[in-house]
Every structure is written in structure tokens, then in C-alpha cells.
Design a protein around this ligand. Structure first.
Ligand SMILES: [Zn+2]
Length: 199
């Protein structure tokens, strides 16, 4: 969808500065925006959230030309009052992924503590009914209850074949970029940044 509306999305396999904890960032160059993902996952749901959050910064017009917003995970100074634009980008992401800007997912009263397997079963059943991807629903549960152990454990059961998200994202990027129409130095640099994924 991002490439379709002219927003390039790539995974950085080489970091331009020592920011290993960067989850994702959005940069604006002229009137174009691009999303650079940093934190990889074997599962699509966490990456979908990082991406949707960055789409929020673009969609809500948080960037001026030449500006960049870097999102560190976990957020710097999590005890500080949350930044208004960060909150807005989170709500945008939640609404994009679930259809609801605020979604609380918790255990029913009197139910046993959620186990990873139990949560996986519930979200696989309820996700399609609610039109929410099951992994995303499991992460919503983690966020609402802070039971991240069950949420991340459930991801393992939901996605039976884990695969690094960066490979799929950069394979798509390579198919969209016209690497042979830019100078060789630039295309070599870009291939290195993209981790030179094979088709
Ligand atoms: Zn942000």
C-alpha cells in the first residue's frame, strides 16, 4: 500500500549511526516521505505496528520538509508524559490495523490467567470475526494487560513458519526501485543498505 501511494519502505540492514535500538523512522525529503524500518521480527504483527505508526506520522502531517522522526523502542524516557504526536501516531496505527482507535483486549473476569497457547487459540478464532489479524489482536492483548509473555508466546503458535520480515520488505523494495537507472555507486550503496536480498 505504501509503495502504491509513493511512500518507499525499506529495512535498514546497515545503520547510518549507532542507533541499534531504532524501531523505525520516517524522513521527509521535499514533498516525499519514506519509511525506514530498523527493528526486525520473525513475525509480521510487530512490524505491521511499527509501519502503521510511521504511516501515522505521514498521514497526520507531522513532518516538515527535511525533517526526520526516529522512533526508539522502548521509547526513551517512558516515564515522561507521552508526546502528543507519538500518541496520535499510535492511535492512527491502532485504527488502521484494527478499525478502532482505542482497543482494550483483556481477560474475562474469573477466567484463568492467559497462557500463550490459550491466547493463540482465542485470537485465531476471534480475529477473523472482528476483522483483526490474529497476531495484531494478540499484541493488543499484551498492550492492554501488560502480559507480554503470553502475547509474544502466542505469536509463535499463530505463525507456524517464522521468517525475517526484513527479507520480504526489502525484496518488495528491490522490485519497486529502479536500481539500474541510478549511478553505480548509488546502486551499490543502496544494495548494501538493503542487505542485497536475493529474488
Ligand atoms: Zn513515532
Amino acid at each position: 500500500m505504501c509503495w502504491g501511494v509513493g511512500i518507499p519502505v525499506i529495512y535498514l540492514r546497515v545503520f547510518p549511526w549507532p542507533a541499534k535500538r531504532m524501531a523505525a523512522m520516517t524522513v521527509r525529503v521535499g514533498d516525499r516521505s519514506a519509511i525506514l524500518l530498523g527493528r526486525d521480527s520473525e513475525y509480521p504483527a510487530p512490524v505491521a505496528f511499527y509501519l502503521a505508526h510511521e504511516m501515522g506520522h505521514i498521514g497526520l502531517d507531522h513532518l516538515s520538509p527535511g525533517e526526520a522522526i526516529v522512533n526508539i523502542d522502548p521509547p526513551e524516557g517512558a516515564l515522561e508524559p507521552a508526546d502528543e504526536e507519538e500518541d496520535a501516531a499510535d492511535r492512527f496505527a491502532l485504527e488502521l490495523l484494527t478499525g478502532r482507535p482505542g482497543l482494550e483486549v483483556s481477560e474475562a473476569e474469573n477466567s484463568a490467567a492467559a497462557s500463550p497457547g490459550g491466547l493463540a487459540n482465542v485470537v485465531r478464532q476471534e480475529g477473523p470475526r472482528l476483522h483483526i489479524e490474529p497476531g495484531t489482536l494478540a499484541l493488543c492483548f499484551g498492550y492492554s494487560t501488560q502480559n507480554w509473555e503470553a502475547a509474544f508466546g502466542a505469536l509463535k503458535a499463530i505463525y507456524t513458519t517464522p521468517a525475517p520480515a526484513w527479507e520480504a520488505v526489502n525484496r518488495l523494495a528491490v522490485s519497486q526501485l529502479q536500481l539500474d537507472s541510478i549511478p553505480q555507486d548509488a546502486s551499490r550503496f543502496l544494495a548494501a543498505v538493503l542487505g542485497a536480498p536475493v529474488d
